[in-house]
Write a protein that binds this ligand. Structure first.
Ligand code: DP6
Length: 350
């Protein structure tokens, strides 16, 4: 008999950025299986905190989202998250319902992997509240079904998400390949707009698969890129990692540009920041760029280069703010004395 608790369970998971990108699905159905393996780093400074309270008096589960303590209007994200919770309940034979609140300390759905940290923290809170005894691998598999990149946010440091080959998805999970301490890199995130993207990743991937002439080439080169990146990480070879990570990013954006209609997630400032980062590296600064399905640029650098990189990116017209992060931990439970309400602006707290 499982010891289900009605006390709030609060979990935190960190956003991650892929150095070797996931773009494309081998099964876009409910199992959400990727066409490629991918590799990411966890970001300490960007996280989602999710509180889950089991409440069997409810006739359906409830979810509300916050950003920096401010409530976000109900949207498609609420429907997607509730459908996910219903799937978790159904497939784990849980009859009752629950109340969920989730806060991002960074802009949502703007290319900063909020779905990764959001679904990973939700899965962790769910497993704890319902005492499901899921291993990290189990959690990664469940989180993948919410959003592919969430499979990686269960882990800290450097994570590899296996594409897998099985139709049931049981071999498509992430794992930590090296801890953050192995190579304490920093990431400077340059935000160029907090606006939500118009085409989400799920839709974008499908469009690329159906229309981009470069899609197949990207998929075919992925295993070689994974090997190069893993070798570079294990030997802490910055220039080798810079080369393969920038190439993976540009190949993904190249195939996005060539989708029909084109997927252009960048702004002018994104490209200016990218060029500035290349200039810095040419002048000897250990830094490289990456960017996801959004207009933000992430500059990955050695700790000694942070100040210079942040100063250079801040000067670029159109860069609204910069955030410095180190590599973060995996999903974890917050102490019982932690109160979600403390995160919420008192003016709006119920
Ligand atoms: C560009 O994980 O958001 O950030 O599985 O459809 O939810 P779904 O996609 P999602 O895609 C992330 C794409 C990316 C690259 C990456 O994180 O690897």
């Amino acid at each position: 008999m499982r010891e289900v608790t009605t006390k709030p369970r609060c979990a935190r998971a960190h956003s991650n950025i892929a150095l070797i990108k996931y773009w494309g699905k081998r099964d876009p159905g409910p199992l959400n299986l990727p066409a490629v393996s991918s590799l990411s780093i966890s970001l300490d400074a960007l996280h989602s905190t999710t509180e889950l309270i089991v409440d069997d008096s409810l006739s359906c589960s409830e979810i509300s989202f916050f950003e920096d303590g401010q409530p976000r209007p109900s949207s498609g994200a609420n429907t997607r998250a509730l459908a996910f919770v219903d799937m978790l309940r159904r497939e784990n034979n849980i009859e009752g319902h629950c109340r969920i609140r989730s806060n991002n300390n960074f802009p949502t759905a703007a290319g900063l992997a909020s779905s990764a940290s959001g679904f990973a923290s939700l899965v962790h809170a769910f497993s704890q509240a319902y005492a499901l005894a899921w291993s990290s691998r189990d959690q990664s598999i469940w989180a993948r079904r919410g959003s592919g990149s969430a499979s990686r946010s269960i882990f800290g440091g450097f994570a590899r998400w296996h594409r897998g080959v099985k139709v049931d998805g049981s071999d498509s999970f992430a794992e930590e390949i090296l801890a953050a301490e192995h190579w304490p890199l920093n990431v400077v995130v340059a935000t160029t707009t907090a606006a939500q993207k118009k085409v989400g990743s799920t839709e974008g991937m499908l469009r690329s698969e159906q229309t981009s002439p470069f899609y197949r080439a990207f998929i075919d080169a992925q295993d070689a890129d994974m090997r190069l990146a893993e070798e570079a990480i294990s030997s802490r070879d910055f220039s080798a990692l810079a080369q393969v990570a920038e190439h993976s990013c540009m190949k993904m954006h190249g195939l996005m540009f060539a989708s029909l209609p084109p997927l252009i997630y960048w702004r002018g400032a994104t490209l200016d920041a990218l060029l500035r980062i290349q200039e810095l590296r040419r002048s000897g600064v250990p830094v490289f760029f990456t960017s996801d399905a959004g207009p933000q640029i992430k500059a990955v650098c050695e700790p000694g280069a942070v100040k210079e990189v942040e100063a250079a990116l801040s000067e670029i017209p159109g860069v609204l703010s910069t955030t410095v992060s180190s590599l973060g931990p995996g999903a974890h439970l917050l102490p019982e004395e932690f109160s979600f309400s403390d995160l919420v602006d008192p003016a709006v707290s119920p």
